[in-house]
Design a protein around this ligand. Structure first.
Ligand code: ATP
Length: 354
């Protein structure tokens, strides 16, 4: 996620290629790379849609890098993160004395991005009155600094992105349809990670590539477990998991239990796991399950593995609730401290203890 960046064109370095930037061997990523290649050669505006963390900014940069504008500036502005009253000045700039605090003339991102690309992130969050002003600029190709009276021509390629369902925003009257037609001459959809889990090994290799020090490895069971996760935070979440893995398991090979441990550190995710009620004086920290998990006997079940998984989930929850204090977690689980330590060793949970 960007707030506001102005990237001067790299003078000597060759910009990263589409293949180097948009990692993934899934057919859907192949199609996306192909689309990026095609749109890069034109100056058409592109709207990139997709869930948070899926790689919309990466796509925007890949388009710029592969375009004839790659030697000109790439300027990014997060329309959601900038207060509404500042957006106009960020985009169009202001003259000295235009408002209180405007002590010097400042050029806006449209001027900064002249001949290059302007990336407007979270465009769906832009205020309606600002949408009108943006539309006018896109139609005329002229901007006017706040407090100024001249119209300045700008030649900017606009790429925008949104995690919102833009069709719904238009139907709800939150986003102008005419602006959408201007911004979305081409609309690209970035898929969520859960729908392309075959990309996970390549993404892991990509994130590990530029690191130094002891890097952890993921065995086949770990990859399988990672592929079963639903990745609400998409590629950004995967990157964070890999980062956490390198810290907690430096140099080790991580298996499925290790992955559970890494993913289980996020409490909301754990709380969302449906659990069987257990017959003890269960303290509040255990999500109160109303129904047992349905079990189908269409095929044989691995009872031992299921019990172990449930045990692991309970221990992880207790440890998180007890902030890693083993004696407190043992009390919550009505286990002896030594028994809990034994179980933690079995599930390789030692590192999340305080
Ligand atoms: N296909 C990909 N190949 C390599 N890295 C990727 C890919 N997709 C995403 N990433 C990485 O994932 C992280 C999040 O990507 P990015 O910021 O582009 O997502 P986004 O969809 O723009 O998120 P947001 O909606 O929050 O702004 C970044 O570190 C980015 O480098």
């Amino acid at each position: 996620m960007v707030t506001s960046t102005v990237q001067a064109p790299a003078k000597y370095e060759k910009p990263a290629s589409i293949e180097e930037m948009l990692i993934g061997k899934s057919p859907i990523m192949g199609t996306l790379r192909d689309m990026v290649r095609r749109v890069a050669n034109s100056s058409a505006s592109v709207m990139i849609c997709g869930p948070s963390g899926s790689g919309k900014e990466v796509v925007a940069r890949a388009i710029h890098n592969a375009s004839p504008r790659s030697t000109k500036p790439y300027v990014a502005l997060n329309c959601g993160a900038i207060p509404a009253e500042l957006i106009e000045s960020e985009l169009f700039g202001h003259e000295r004395g235009a408002f209180t605090g405007a002590q010097a003339r400042r050029t806006g991102h449209f001027e900064n991005a002249d001949k290059g690309t302007l990336f407007l992130d979270e465009i769906g969050d832009m205020r309606f009155d600002m949408q009108v002003k943006l539309l006018r600029v896109l139609e005329d190709g002229l901007i006017s600094r706040i407090g100024g009276n001249s119209n300045i021509p700008v030649d900017v390629r606009i790429i925008s992105a949104t995690h919102q369902k833009i069709d719904k925003a238009i139907l709800d009257g939150r986003f102008r349809e005419d602006l959408f037609f201007r911004l979305g001459v081409v609309v690209l959809q970035v898929p969520d990670l859960a729908s392309r889990v075959e990309d996970i090994p390549q993404l892991i290799a990509h994130f590990q590539k530029n690191r130094t020090g002891q890097l952890c490895q993921f065995d086949a069971s770990a990859i399988q477990r990672l592929s079963m996760h639903d990745w609400p935070g998409n590629v950004r979440e995967l990157r964070n998991v890999i980062e956490r893995a390198n810290i907690l398991f430096n140099g080790e090979t991580i298996d499925a239990f290790g992955v559970d441990q890494l993913l289980g550190r996020s409490l909301p995710k754990l709380a969302a796991v449906p659990v069987l009620p257990i017959a003890t004086d269960v303290p509040d920290f255990v999500p109160q399950a109303t129904e047992a998990r349905p079990v189908s006997f269409g095929a044989p079940i691995d009872l031992k593995a299921q019990i172990e998984r449930m045990e692991l989930e309970r221990i992880q929850m207790a440890l998180i609730h007890a902030e890693g204090v083993i004696s407190e977690a043992a009390r919550l689980l009505t286990l002896k401290r030594t028994t809990l330590i034994e179980k933690m060793r079995k599930y390789r949970l030692e590192k999340i203890a305080a």
